[in-house]
Design a binder for this molecule. Structure first.
Ligand SMILES: [Zn+2]
Length: 211
């Protein structure tokens, strides 16, 4: 392995597998799964992406695939799901790793998708069943939502109102906007702008695999 590759691999290991130095101990990822995932992820990504570039959002391949299927199934209606993962930091730069997703019963139309109270209970139960009290239990880090209009999707006024208010507006929360007809999969992040106001900013994202 060349020195450059080793460097890239080290960076990716630190980003996706290892616990970043700034991270709180409670967010530590389990030792065993870490080393395996890290190795594979690094191999997958290091060929494609330039050295030292940290993406704001990393999404597990399975999550990308399954959420696209969910959005396709819902056509012509909008779909909605919850993104699970970890907010992390590497050398002062924040990034989010999305590792799983869940959904539940929602009121859905061609211009609208919102969880019902039953849907919220369903996805909360799913998370509990899957992760219980596990030390590496992922947290809710955002929402995925579709606009199946066959074009380049943009958030509506309602979306901005919803996502920029409690409980959705936590700093670095991730909102994915999908158009399953046109193939767009856009990622936004809650960031505080220069006027100290929270905004939804489109950010780069990258898919990774862990086998
Ligand atoms: Zn919308």
């Amino acid at each position: 392995m060349t020195e450059k590759k080793q460097k890239q691999k080290k960076l990716l290991s630190e980003l996706l597998g290892e616990v970043a130095p700034e991270e709180k101990p409670s967010e530590k990822i389990e030792e065993e799964s870490r080393s395996v995932d890290t190795e594979e992820v690094a191999e997958e990504i290091l060929e494609e992406y330039p050295l030292n570039e940290i993406y704001p959002v990393y999404i597990l391949h399975r999550v990308v695939y399954e959420t696209i299927v969910m959005c396709k199934k819902a056509i012509p209606n909008e779909a909605i799901g919850i993104l699970l993962g970890y907010k992390m930091q590497y050398k002062g730069k924040n990034y989010v790793k999305v590792v799983d997703w869940v959904t539940g019963k929602a009121n859905q139309s061609q211009v609208f998708a919102e969880f019902t109270p039953e849907g919220v209970r369903q996805y909360t139960t799913l998370i509990d069943e899957r992760y219980g009290e596990s030390e590496n239990r992922p947290r809710i880090v955002g929402i995925i939502h579709s606009h199946p209009f066959g074009s380049n999707p943009h958030f509506s006024g309602t979306d901005y109102n919803t996502f920029l208010n409690f409980p959705y507006d936590a700093e670095h929360n991730v909102f994915v906007l999908v158009d399953p007809k046109s193939g767009y999969y856009k990622t936004y992040m809650v960031l505080t702008n220069e006027e100290k106001q929270k905004d939804l900013i489109e950010v780069n994202w990258v898919e990774y695999t862990a086998r």
